[in-house]
Design a protein around this ligand. Structure first.
Ligand SMILES: [Zn+2]
Length: 481
């Protein structure tokens, strides 16, 4: 704990110091460009150098330099302003002193989860009923007790309604949103807990000492503009000084040390800014943050998807025949703790599991970039408006889902709103387990199992055919070679 606090202190001080160093370097380079190059060399060259005055060249160099400097400085100032005014932090809640929010005061029933391991970003692995391993969003034995919450024995921490009023949200395999035990809050989709600042941050990308804080959804666009204009500015300084260093050496056989230092600094920052810009754009083309990019090929998500067409609690209505679990909100523990109010509308969600590495938010390269930069050329070039992805739709999902999400729903047989139920499900008897104490309902009847097997077989057949076609193409290509 002491180490973590010390680390945070060091990071905070670094984040304050690095921008000051950067401003110092820019001040130095500006001094070399204006005084060392334009005044002392082009406008008023020393007599011993025997050079002619070149006021036009000096003017062009200065105008271009200050235009590029202004273009670079504007997003920089904007980032720093956003980091201090709207960094994308999720409000912290107060952790209960002991025992969580028990319903009915049954202290004996309050048992802490004891899931053993921890994986990645506050997520803890837990063996699921089917024997595989999944993420439960648990951190330690001090975590919330999800079993007690689902069984109605403990009221959940506040804020769940934000999730189940949407049509879909990321959850654990039992349908509860991911929880951060350090901030004591439910984590919105794509939120990451940043250990450097000790806060959950919406669509966090990384902690950047160069800008003195977190790069997240609120300033990612400005960060990219900073890199883009920074690369141009440094390339310009590099070219100008490289040219005049060569010219001076040829004409006067002297080397100005300050010019050489400015040229070297510009070279370093050019490669840094352009490399960072290129790699970040590459990730954004796939709608990935730096954090998400680390697990892009292995990450499995669970998504709770609102069932528009299913009425699981009405007799005669048939649920879908596919093998998924459901959860109904508000939870029993929520309705118990608010029993005096009007009875809430129940909303049932299917809990779907993605394939490893499936990116649900990939909208296609152009739409992905537009979700960061905006829709007009001015949005792309000027650090004025926030990114469109900062607007979170209160009814649908935290971030817009892409084709992979539709494929996932289709694979589980979930139809879009307004469509009739799947033909397989017609005239079949409802076999849904209901429990008064649990919100989990399983839809795995024998017939459902058979049909799900059929679906899986069909999917396997499709994959086999694709593989055969691919092998055939490869063989024919090898033959040609
Ligand atoms: Zn957190």
């Amino acid at each position: 704990m002491a180490d973590q606090s010390m680390r945070r202190k060091i990071n905070r001080n670094t984040a304050l110091a690095v921008p000051l160093v950067l401003f110092g370097l820019i001040g130095y380079v500006t001094y070399v460009v204006v005084d060392g190059l334009c005044v002392d060399y082009l406008l008023k060259p020393a007599l011993e150098l025997e050079l002619t005055r070149r006021p036009r060249t000096a003017t062009v160099i200065l105008v271009l330099y200050f235009v590029l400097l202004l273009l670079w400085l504007t997003p920089y100032v904007r980032i720093i302003q956003v980091i201090h005014s709207n960094p994308g932090y999720i409000p912290k809640a107060k952790r209960p002193a002991f025992g969580g929010n028990q319903v009915g005061g049954d202290a004996q029933s309050f048992s802490r989860s004891c899931a053993p391991q921890q994986v990645g970003e506050n997520l803890q692995e837990e063996t699921r009923p089917n024997g595989s391993v999944g993420y439960d969003g648990l951190k330690s034995h001090e975590d919330i007790d999800r079993n007690a919450i689902l069984n109605g024995q403990e009221a959940p921490p506040p804020g769940l309604d934000y999730f189940y009023t949407k049509d879909a949200f990321v959850c654990d395999y039992r349908g509860l949103p991911i929880f951060c035990t350090q901030c004591w809050n439910w984590k919105f989709d794509r939120t990451h807990h940043c250990s450097e600042v000790g806060r959950c941050v919406r669509r966090m990308d990384h902690f950047c000492p160069w800008v003195g804080g977190i790069v997240s959804e609120t300033n990612m666009k400005f960060f990219l503009q900073l890199l883009f204009y920074g690369a141009f500015l440094n390339a310009y300084i590099l070219i100008v000084f490289a040219y005049f260093l060569k010219e001076r050496q040829d004409k006067t056989d002297t080397v100005d040390t300050h010019w050489a230092v400015a040229c070297g600094l510009a070279g370093i920052f050019f490669f840094f800014a352009s490399g960072m810009f290129g790699s970040t754009i590459q990730m954004l083309r796939h709608n990935l943050t730096t954090v998400e990019n680390l697990t892009k090929s292995s990450k499995i998500h669970y998504v709770a998807v609102f069932l528009h067409n299913q009425r699981l609690t009405t007799s005669g209505e048939t649920p879908h025949v596919f093998n998924y679990q459901t959860i109904t909100y508000p939870l029993v523990s929520e309705t118990t703790s608010h029993s005096k109010g009007p009875s809430p509308n129940l909303r049932t969600f299917a809990i779907l599991e993605t394939d490893p590495g499936a990116n649900l938010w990939d909208l296609g390269p152009t739409a992905n970039l537009q979700s960061i930069f905006g829709y007009t050329i001015w949005d792309w070039l000027l650090p004025y408006r926030y990114s469109p992805c900062c607007s979170h739709d209160p009814a649908r999902s935290e971030f817009q889902f892409g084709p992979k999400f539709e494929e996932l729903k289709k694979a589980y047989g979930i139809l879009p709103p307004g469509k009739n139920r799947c033909r397989h499900s017609r005239n079949r008897s409802t076999q849904v387990e209901h429990s008064n104490t649990s919100n989990n309902k399983t839809t795995d009847s024998y017939e459902m199992g058979v049909l799900a097997d059929e679906m899986r077989r069909k999917s396997t057949d499709d994959r086999t055919k694709k593989k055969e076609r691919r092998d055939l193409r490869r063989r024919s290509y090898s033959d040609q070679v």
